[in-house]
Design a protein around this ligand. Structure first.
Ligand SMILES: [Zn+2]
Length: 434
């Protein structure tokens, strides 16, 4: 009996055994049946996959030379366990070593896309789930329940650090390279996607417990916008990037990401933020031809903060009044109103005492009537929902991060939040090393 007949016979036998069990348990529940069949599927999946790989051989003969220049020497066939999306399979592969430097090499790994004992799909499944749930413990449980994959959380963590880190580092390096070549006036690779007609970038921060304290994670979203229903501005998110660490690294990486997603070299985007100076720094350098907008809700929140402090429960009336002026573009009046309120007493809270300055310093970024007329969005909703997505993953129930792990999960989470196409794009960038 050939290999494939043997495996077909084995699967047939186990299916028959399953049906025998069903006959003997006529009163079992649907749940019982589902569990039995799931188990059978898991087992059959491993058997089929294992047999399929075996049928395709043990790997090409390793021809040519090792990177050190030495010649590969065949050492025999080695059995190896590989974690896959179906579970653990065993496979036999031809194994070579280089007598000169001692490196080992299995051509089958390269042919089939196996790295560090993982199949590509198995690995992708682990990483996708790891970013989608709110902790490594949940990832472990989800993999077990949904995929029958037993992977300890410490392993999941290690894989995230390695491959998420690879994505973050790859994007950082690429942006760095693009920028430096641009600065030197060299030609830079064309954006992977054509320019978007109207592109927006919104930026914001979210506090995460990392390196023993609360620190800000920077989050950015790219979106397209255009006229929508009822005179509203319609916004379509394109993708996200989140990072932790040096602010310039984040800004540049965010730019490199946006560049490829359609920002291109012109840097003509509407940049929406809360008015933080790191966001100004981004807009000045990377979107010099763009328009800067202070997010409407953040601006209004500043009025509320002052109003609550000054008038307590009675704040609503005066806040609504000033808010209307802001909406109509009477920014000088808004500044005067804030100054007037602030002048009534001293000893304002830190966050409130600079309210008039806040509006004065950013008045060009609050020309809301002009922005509305031009059809620009004035709210940073896309990045706010991204911040919620980051919070969900990174600040649940007493989570504490180290920089390396946080940077890695942020990269994967950014890709995961962007939907399937965005994930696939990131996965290609991660690319399994040959
Ligand atoms: Zn060698």
């Amino acid at each position: 009996m050939g290999q494939s007949e043997a495996i077909v016979a084995e699967i047939k036998r186990s299916a028959e055994e399953l049906l025998r069990w069903v006959k003997e348990h006529p009163n079992c529940t649907l749940r019982d049946l589902e569990e039995r069949i799931q188990e059978w599927k898991n087992q059959a999946g491993v058997q089929l996959l294992e047999a399929s790989v075996a049928m395709q051989g043990t790997g090409r003969w390793a021809e040519g030379a090792c990177v050190c220049g030495g010649q590969w020497v065949f050492q025999g066939y080695r059995e190896r366990r590989v974690m896959t999306s179906q579970g653990v399979i065993r496979l036999k592969r031809a194994y070579f070593t280089c007598p000169r430097c001692g490196r080992g090499f299995s051509p089958l790994d390269q042919e089939k896309g196996i790295e560090g004992g993982w199949s590509e799909r198995g690995l992708e499944q682990v990483l996708w789930i790891a970013q989608a749930v709110s902790s490594y413990r949940e990832a472990e449980e989800a993999l077990q329940r949904l995929a029958g994959q037993s992977v300890p959380r410490s392993t999941i963590h290690r894989l995230v650090e390695r491959y998420g880190g690879r994505l973050a580092e790859g994007r950082r390096k690429e942006a760095e390279g693009l920028w430096e070549r641009g600065v030197r006036g060299e030609e830079i690779p064309a954006p992977r996607e054509g320019p978007k007609k109207e592109m927006g970038i919104s930026l914001d921060g979210v506090m995460v417990w990392v390196d023993g304290g609360w620190h800000e994670v920077k989050v950015g979203s790219c979106f397209e916008f255009g006229p929508g229903k009822d005179g509203e501005v319609e916004v379509r998110p394109i993708g996200y990037w989140a990072g932790y660490g040096e602010v310039e690294v984040f800004r540049r990486t965010m730019w490199g990401y946006a560049y490829h997603r359609g920002l291109g070299l012109e840097g003509k985007a509407v940049v929406i933020g809360d008015g933080a100076s790191w966001i100004d720094g981004f807009a000045e350098v990377y979107c010099p031809k763009g328009v800067r907008v202070v997010d409407w809700y953040h601006a209004v929140e500043h009025l509320w903060a002052l109003g609550r402090e000054a008038f307590g429960e009675e704040a609503a009336k005066s806040v609504e009044n000033v808010k209307q002026k802001l909406w109509e573009g009477r920014i000088e009046q808004v500044i005067r109103d804030c100054e007037e309120v602030l002048g009534r007493k001293s000893g304002w809270r830190e966050g409130v005492v600079r309210t008039a300055e806040y509006f004065r310093e950013r008045r060009e970024q609050m020309d809301y009537p002009a922005f509305r007329k031009a059809g620009y969005p004035i709210g940073s909703g896309t990045v706010e929902s991204a911040c919620k997505g980051i919070s969900w993953r990174c600040k649940g129930r007493g989570q504490r991060w180290k920089a390396q792990g946080l940077v890695a999960i942020l990269a994967l989470r950014s890709a995961g939040m962007g939907g399937e196409a965005e994930w696939n794009r990131a996965w290609k960038e991660i690319g399994l090393a040959a």
